[in-house]
Design a protein around this ligand. Sequence first.
Ligand SMILES: Cc1ncc(COP(=O)(O)O)c(C=O)c1O
Length: 377
Amino acid sequence: MHPSYAVINLSNLKYNFLRIKKKIKKTKIMAVVKADAYGHGMTECASFLESLGKNKPEYFSVAFPSEGKQLREAKIKQPILVFEPFTKEQVNLLFEYNLIATVFTLDHLRILDWGFKQFGKKNKALQKIRIHIKVDTGMNRLGIGINESNDFINKLKKKKNFEIDGIYTHFACADEKDKTFTQFQIKRFEEFLRRLKKMNIDYGLAHAANSGAILDVPNSYLDMVRPGISLYGYYPSLETSESIKLKPVMSLYSKVASVKQIKKGDTVSYGRKYTAKRKTKIVSVPLGYADGINRGLSNKMEVLIKRKKYKQVGIVAMDRIMINVNNNDVKVGDKVFVFGNDKNNYISVWDWCKAINTIPYEITCNISNRIPRLYKR
Ligand SMILES: Cc1ncc(COP(=O)(O)O)c(C=O)c1O
């Protein structure tokens, strides 16, 4: 077996999911499992969540149709929303795999019309493709603008070959302490919903809340919430409350691969960015930037070996980091705890985030495919 591995603790995933569920009460949940469930394994996490019976998430969401295809091939039955706008080249997947399309331009409607003629009629089970309308309330990335929507809405009213299953918006800064802009986005979104209602458009489920909003903005819950990072056990920033207790799902481990005694003045790794202040023992651990250990962490991270904390020293290489174990008894094959939590060890991903100015999302997403995921219940 590969010496480095990530344990994915499915009990913690369930714990986080049920804690979120408890907080939002009867509101539905769309579990965000895009990007390989933020590095945790998309099909495994979705299958596990779907196995929770009456507690399972009502929806899943992914970024791309190809991810939706993977979920369907893994026998996921729940509705799957695709966040990204689709192209003519991708539209077949929406029909073939019964995925819900995000729609916000006249072009999307045209492509769906075309797709329906090409693929929809062949699929007898699929009388209509389902869509969720994306509304831009201030993020200025994707979605129909509040003031430029008349043509689009009029077309929506006329179309017969799709069903509007939902409508959503996305918050720009729900994870910040100041919620003024989030409240402004909610107000805009609600105004838009009222306008559709007045036009007799049944928009289905309205949803907006990501993890930051789930934690701190109850009036954003609407019909459904969309947790991502909180499912995997992290708060989205250091500015949110911790109103839901979360447990990290991923823990990263490796094993000592070599041990070397060095003397005062010796340097370690590329560029000689670490000089030993005294005689010490340096061990190598087979994890590098190709595995998702950011090179910016050089000389800035720590690991645990037999419950003792040691500093990583020198430049992070492609396949290897070096650890100064002082003169302690550390041998080839000893287990190295890199981050996460198990019953004996705890190193927060936030330590890395602070060192290289990023967020937990990026850290877990970047743990590469070279690292096997071991699923533990
Ligand atoms: C549209 C949309 N909704 C919900 C989420 C989940 O956000 P979070 O991981 O902050 O809960 C994302 C993630 O980026 C997203 O793109």
